[in-house]
Write a protein that binds this ligand. Structure first.
Ligand SMILES: Cc1cc2nc3c(=O)[nH]c(=O)nc-3n(C[C@H](O)[C@H](O)[C@H](O)COP(=O)(O)O)c2cc1C
Length: 323
């Protein structure tokens, strides 16, 4: 038994909100749908974030936007909001989240590097004008929600020494740092050293996001970089079981490696969770997620291509049987 694990994997309590553990699914546009959230929680993820949801869409009660905040049947999930610096609109959006999704906590996207979003002065645009992040946080706190903020290390230069104090002083309960610049998108390696610096700057719950691919990575992040929790994004799409692997590793020092047969069964299971939640037969929207299951499998191109044309679970099963 590892004594370290008990220290590192633990519940997180913020006011009256008890989050079962500190291994969380990251918000990922196009991937962190309800099925992935439910599926990763079944493997032990303590909390899961939605894809980013537009403040404008919410307050206009846009039908498609409201679908993103459908959290029924999944226990606790955190909705991630994005929008420009219009605190009143964030306040209104918070009311809607409380009323329609029973939200107690909300996350704000201060890191999205996509051109269209930055052009609209949302996402990582805020990193260029750190003071304005405080206005948004305060509006959400005024609306009675706990607030989580997700940032990158800066827009085109590292400036966590400017952003993190603003977030802390405005009352952010959780700060998640993805230590890449916005202009890097996903290139290069996440600079984990910045977690150590961030730790010294805030008393908020500090979550590390970026390049956690294995239980060993999670162990290093906890042991060497002082984070309170770990968020997993890309790896969790194709390996939702990474959460149980980490939990097992921290309690027993070992974890299960999934065979191809087991991976195939999980792909079908995930597709079933998806169709059950959407009440539709189509698995087209999750093809991109399904091919990730074969990310580290050699010579899998033909299989990935075949999956890219699967329309239903029956197609998926036939493809998997033939490979
Ligand atoms: C396809 C994709 C979509 C993403 N969408 C969002 C998003 O909507 N909001 C956000 O805060 N971060 C988003 N991210 C960033 C992730 O939350 C995470 O911080 C980043 O991918 C690094 O973690 P990872 O290496 O575990 O993937 C996205 C990442 C990817 C790959």
């Amino acid at each position: 038994m590892r004594s370290m694990g008990e220290k590192n994997i633990h519940p997180i309590q913020i006011e009256d909100l008890k989050i079962p553990n500190n291994l969380w699914l990251a918000p990922m546009a196009g991937f962190s749908n309800q099925a992935l959230r439910v599926f990763t929680k079944s493997f032990g993820a303590g909390l899961a974030f939605t894809e980013m949801v537009s403040v404008e869409g919410l307050i206009r009660l846009n039908k498609k936007t409201l679908e993103y905040i459908h959290l029924e049947e999944e226990g606790m999930a955190v909705v991630q909001l994005f929008g420009k610096n219009e605190p009143k609109k964030f306040y209104q959006a918070a009311q809607i989240l409380r009323e329609r999704a029973g939200a107690k906590i909300v996350d704000i996207n201060f890191g999205c590097p996509v051109r269209k979003v930055v052009h609209n002065e949302a996402g990582s645009y805020f990193l260029k004008v750190p003071q304005t992040m405080g206005d948004v946080i305060k509006a959400l706190k005024d609306a009675g929600l706990m607030v989580s903020a997700k940032i990158r290390s800066g827009f085109d230069r590292i400036n966590i020494e400017e952003t993190i104090p603003v977030l802390s002083e405005a009352g952010a309960d959780i700060i998640t740092l993805h230590p890449r610049l916005a202009i890097q998108f996903y290139r290069g390696k996440a600079d984990w050293e910045l977690f150590r610096k961030a730790r010294e700057m805030t008393k908020a719950v500090l979550i590390g996001s970026g390049d956690v691919e294995s239980p060993e990575d999670a162990e290093r992040l906890f042991a060497d970089f002082g984070v309170d929790g770990v968020m997993i994004g890309r790896r969790a799409v194709g390996a939702p079981y990474i959460f149980s692997q980490i939990l097992d590793y921290f309690t027993t020092g070992q974890y299960h490696s999934y065979s191809i047969t087991e991976i195939k069964a999980l792909m079908i299971k995930f597709a079933e969770v998806y169709v059950n939640l959407t009440h539709k037969d189509s698995i087209i929207p999750i093809r991109g997620s399904l091919i990730q299951y074969y990310k580290n499998v050699p010579h899998a191109n033909p299989l990935r291509q075949a999956i890219s044309s699967a329309k239903t679970i029956i197609d998926l099963k036939t493809i998997l049987e033939n490979f």
